[in-house]
Design a protein around this ligand. Structure first.
Ligand code: PLP
Length: 374
């Protein structure tokens, strides 16, 4: 029987406790029973987001929260900065343009973390920039950005800092309040071990003061309206009851293990994986590698990814955009652990060998054993 391994950087596998919760009977949302679940979920989200600020939950994919993080804080023609070093940085710029904002884009070489001096220079020249949009883990290149450094700069200016942590949250370190990040957005289908369908957004006081003046159109994704309900452990519209019930299980699992332990664990897995891929003869793509996903350069990546899925049931990802056929990406987030990564390395080696790539046979797994299981 073929055993499916889902190791794409979203969606990622569901925890068994999550699957059980998803199978429960649905309950009505305007009840104390559901409000109690929401109360616990809201507190668990604060922990995962490492913030004392409210974390709102929307029924959408992560991009819904990205859009909300634009429409809620700005007025027509406001100046913003989008940091773009991959598909998801590009998405920030696209959303901002869709709302007719005055968008400056800091183009970052794919696979690199942004240069802090470049951000400072743009903000020095444009003190009226109202928001800086960036990414924790740029999933398309498996690159983690120095959010602590970026926050250290942005906090000296009037702008708010908005971070897309849709793939990074739970694997890459993010200390929202300690670093001074105003808005963090995420989604359910990666580090949370849930299916797609929920988006999250934490909102600082500085961001809320902008929300009070923001005139861009919005209806469902209205932060102020959502906050009024949030304070009563309620939601303005019908919430995704089953997903939120399952989210409680996932938050409990993460809390039991602790976010700090998980950060260390994913960083250890990621490091061992990078060394193993190199031992196999593949080059790691990013110079600032994420702990949520790893990318290795591979010409003809799409065919290898297709072979892995068809013949072995292993789903990893090829690249996106201009590196679509040039890299493979292996996720280590949410419910994925070291054993899964070892299996992926083994199957990748098989697929590469059978496709005619020259790789050092057996070297990767040996390295993974030496580096991880020490
Ligand atoms: C960093 C990042 N931002 C945004 C998104 C888009 O999220 P969604 O597909 O849930 O709308 C993704 C999904 O892959 C992502 O990894």
């Amino acid at each position: 029987m073929k055993h499916p391994y889902l190791m794409t950087p979203g969606p990622s596998p569901l925890a068994p406790q999550v699957k059980m919760a998803l199978g429960r009977d649905i309950i009505h949302h305007r009840t104390d029973e559901f409000r109690n679940i929401l109360k616990e979920v809201n507190s668990g989200l604060k922990y995962i987001f490492q913030t004392e600020n409210p974390v709102l939950t929307f029924a959408s994919s992560g991009t819904g929260a990205m859009e909300a993080a634009v429409s809620n804080f700005l007025c027509l023609q406001d100046k913003v900065l989008a940091v773009s070093g991959g598909k998801f940085g590009e998405r920030w710029a696209e959303i901002c343009r869709a709302y007719n904002l005055d968008v400056s884009v800091l183009e970052v070489e794919w696979g690199k973390s942004p240069d802090l001096e470049d951000i400072k220079e743009i903000l020095d020249k444009n003190k009226d920039i109202k928001a800086v949009y960036t990414t924790l883990c740029e999933t398309s290149t498996a690159t983690v950005y120095d959010i602590e450094g970026i926050a250290g700069i942005v906090s000296n200016y009037p702008a708010i800092l908005v971070v897309d942590a849709i793939s990074g949250l739970g694997s890459d370190v993010l200390r929202t309040d300690e670093w001074g990040v105003d808005v963090v957005v995420s989604g359910s289908q990666k580090g949370f071990m849930l299916p797609p369908g929920l988006a999250f957004m934490s909102v600082s006081k500085k961001a809320l003061s902008l929300a009070a003046k923001a005139s861009l159109p919005k209806y469902y994704f209205d932060v102020q309206k959502s906050l009024k309900s949030y304070e009563k452990n309620d939601t303005p519209y019908t919430p995704a009851v089953s997903l939120i019930t399952a989210l409680k299980e996932s938050l409990d699992l993460i809390k039991q293990e602790s976010i700090e332990v998980r950060w260390k664990e994913f960083s250890r897995i990621a490091r061992a994986l990078r060394l193993s891929l190199e031992e196999m003869g593949l080059a790691v793509f990013s110079s600032s590698p994420s702990s949520a996903v790893t990318a290795a350069s591979l010409e003809g990546a799409k065919a290898v990814v297709a072979k892995l899925r068809k013949e072995y049931g292993l789903s990893i990802a090829a690249g996106q955009g201009k590196v679509a056929d040039k890299i493979i990406r292996i996720a280590h987030m949410g419910y994925i652990n070291a054993q899964d990564v070892a299996a992926a390395l083994f199957l990748l080696e098989e697929a590469l060998k059978k496709t005619g790539y020259k790789i050092k046979q057996g070297a990767a797994l040996k390295k993974f054993q030496e580096e991880y299981y020490v």
